[in-house]
Design a protein around this ligand. Structure first.
Ligand SMILES: [Zn+2]
Length: 124
């Protein structure tokens, strides 16, 4: 029995390392992406709308001008249902309480990296 336990623990450690490697790759990609193709999932009765880059999956919640890195001209943003837009999200949708911090200090890329390192989560 102990042997099976050790095998499974070793496999879990491998899986955890793979998830962390993916998370690091996701953050690097989202920091360097120009976020040029954006879609918006509309609001619901209780939830704010959110925007997501279809290329890298970076996502922010907000209204109109309430986006920090996905504030492209409204006419260039394709509006769709929340379910449809959610399919493009990789990691989490950053709340307004969090993504505004990417506008503070340093360069935009450095600030975005810091925020993503603290808040980006992935799961499979
Ligand atoms: Zn992007």
């Amino acid at each position: 029995m102990a042997q099976y336990n050790e095998i499974l623990l070793a496999a879990e450690k491998k899986a955890e390392r793979a998830v962390e490697t993916y998370r690091r790759t996701l953050i690097d990609t989202q920091v360097s992406c120009r976020h040029s193709e954006i879609v918006e999932g509309g609001h619901s009765a209780t939830l704010r709308p959110f925007r997501v880059c279809t290329k890298c999956g970076y996502a922010e919640e907000g209204w109109g001008s309430g986006y920090s890195n996905l504030n492209n001209n409204y006419k260039d943003v394709k509006i769709m249902s929340r379910d449809e837009a959610s399919k493009y999200v990789r990691g989490v949708v950053l709340s307004q309480d969090v993504h505004w911090l990417t506008r503070v200090g340093r360069s935009r890329r450095e600030s975005l990296r810091k925020v993503l390192e603290e808040h980006q989560e992935v799961s499979f």
